[in-house]
Design a protein around this ligand. Structure first.
Ligand code: ATP
Length: 461
């Protein structure tokens, strides 16, 4: 069995994703728009399963977590206070001939230079000293700091007050609602606020499919703790994140946690661990876990006078809580899951491709088909079976296109764990064939127990 040892793996994934309706290029019929991708029916289902699984583990099954859905557009002062207007920059360098722009750190890394702890000035000096050229072989200009926030304007009057930004992280929406949550729910420390939503970054060079895009989705928690407890909670969330990654079926042999050194952390962080994944284009960030201290709440408190402290009822002490932040990208999860699940093997003397998704994550849990599509009595029976299963398992698919072999291949390629076929015997004895994606094995199951049988397999019990 071949699994992930293929140099063209990313190309295969991109083409499967398009062919089967997971991910399409954004604005494709207009020639595309760099750094944007559209999720088709299967991609949406996969993303929803990922988000539900995360929300279920980190919010619904706990008592100390509060959900939030804050606005993408925020008062521009939020981003001044948080340091994003001044400091959310990437080093940009331009090819002097073609005017193509590159991320200076990526360009140097691709050329084998270790950019750890290098500032933009260091990169500039290195490029000049070593006469580093662009990928097209041309000289490069000065390294400049490029702000990654996407700016927009609101309202009919065009002045500096109308500026807003598409949020580059969901976190700030949480910080500015801290007081609202405290006032409405009076939570006791430690507690967290969780949010899933879109974030936007004007990446200089979006690349590697849905890995680095300009519009993406984040799942973030700000977990508020006493300063003295931060290390304990940091370790706790590190374990919880690893547990969740395993739960959704990421290839854990490809996940590595990496301690981020002093010079490479974001301006607000005192400790950061990145969870990196071995993508076909290298080992790169999947998620981040940061100790943001009480930086953000303190800054917002100072800027607004909104009194963002927490009053400890027992000690009567007032202080600004510290924060542990697990930050996860939905799109990178989709990519890492596709890469983890992609498998090729031999079945019936042919090479087949299948996505070995865990049933909980698979876009469809089961597909139902009639053996032949031109026999009304078979269709009628199969429709009845389909309706019965779908009533209890909504992610059930009807498929009567092509012959049965083609349908199995198609379901394998989209990672459907089970297929149910209604044949002539079904009309006589009320049994159906249940076929397992991974082994190809088939068994006869009585119709009155089929839904429970599928439910058991899908829930892993
Ligand atoms: P990178 O170093 O890869 O640019 P980052 O360190 O800037 O990432 P964070 O600010 O920690 O990323 O963002 C939290 C999470 O959001 C990341 O771990 C990732 O899953 C996701 N993410 C960030 N930028 C992008 C992007 N451009 N495209 C897709 N997902 C992203």
């Amino acid at each position: 069995m071949i699994n992930n040892i293929d140099n063209n793996l990313l190309d295969k994934i991109v083409s499967l994703a398009k062919r089967r309706g997971f991910v399409y290029q954004g604005s494709e019929i207009y020639g595309g728009l760099a750094g944007t991708w559209d999720y088709g029916p299967l991609g949406v289902a996969l993303k929803n399963n990922i988000k539900h699984s995360w929300w279920n583990k980190f919010v619904d099954s706990r008592e100390d977590m509060y959900g939030l859905d804050s606005a993408i557009l925020m008062n521009q002062r939020v981003w001044e206070t948080s340091g994003h207007v001044g400091g959310f920059n990437d080093p940009l360098v331009e090819d002097l001939k073609t005017n193509k722009r590159y991320r200076a750190d990526h360009l140097l890394e691709d050329g084998g230079v270790d950019v750890t702890n290098m500032s933009a000035e260091d990169m500039d000096a290195h490029i000049k000293e070593k006469k580093v050229l662009s990928p097209d072989g041309n000289p490069l200009g000065d390294v400049k700091q490029f702000n990654m926030m996407l700016k927009t304007e609101m309202g009919a009057v065009q002045d500096s007050a109308s500026i807003s930004y598409l949020r580059p992280e969901t976190a700030q929406g949480i910080f500015v609602n801290f007081k609202n949550i405290v006032d409405s729910f009076h939570p006791k420390l430690p507690f967290g606020i969780a949010q899933i939503g879109k974030a936007f970054r004007n990446e200089i060079t979006p690349r590697d499919f849905i890995f680095r895009v300009r519009e993406f989705e984040q799942m973030e928690i700000e977990y508020f703790v006493r300063e003295s407890d931060w290390e304990k909670h940091f370790e706790y969330f590190k374990d919880e994140m690893l547990e969740w990654m395993d739960e959704i079926g990421l290839d854990m042999n490809k996940v590595h946690d990496v301690e981020i050194g002093d010079g490479d952390r974001a301006h607000y962080s005192k400790r950061t661990v990145d969870f990196e994944f071995e993508y076909p284009f290298g080992q790169k960030e999947l998620y981040g876990l940061a100790y943001r201290t009480n930086y953000d709440l303190t800054k917002h408190d100072e800027a607004t006078g909104a009194k963002l402290g927490y009053l400890d009822q027992e000690t009567n002490e007032r202080f600004i809580p510290h924060v542990i932040e697990p930050s996860l990208g939905v799109d990178r999860t989709v990519l890492a899951l596709l890469l983890s699940a992609y498998t090729e093997d031999e079945m019936g003397g042919e090479t087949r491709v299948f996505l070995k998704f865990k049933p909980s994550i698979a876009p469809y849990k089961v597909a139902v088909f009639p053996l032949l599509k031109n026999k009304p009595e078979l269709i009628e029976k199969a429709r009845e079976v389909y309706g019965k299963i779908k009533a209890e398992i909504p992610q059930t698919l009807w498929d009567d296109n092509g012959n049965i072999g083609k349908r199995y291949r198609r379901q394998d390629e989209i990672g459907t764990p089970l297929c149910v076929t209604v044949d002539f015997d079904s009309l006589e004895d009320d049994t159906v064939t249940l076929r397992d994606r991974d082994t190809g094995k088939q068994e006869r199951i009585a119709l009155d127990t089929i839904t429970d049988h599928i439910k058991k397999i899908v829930s892993g019990s």
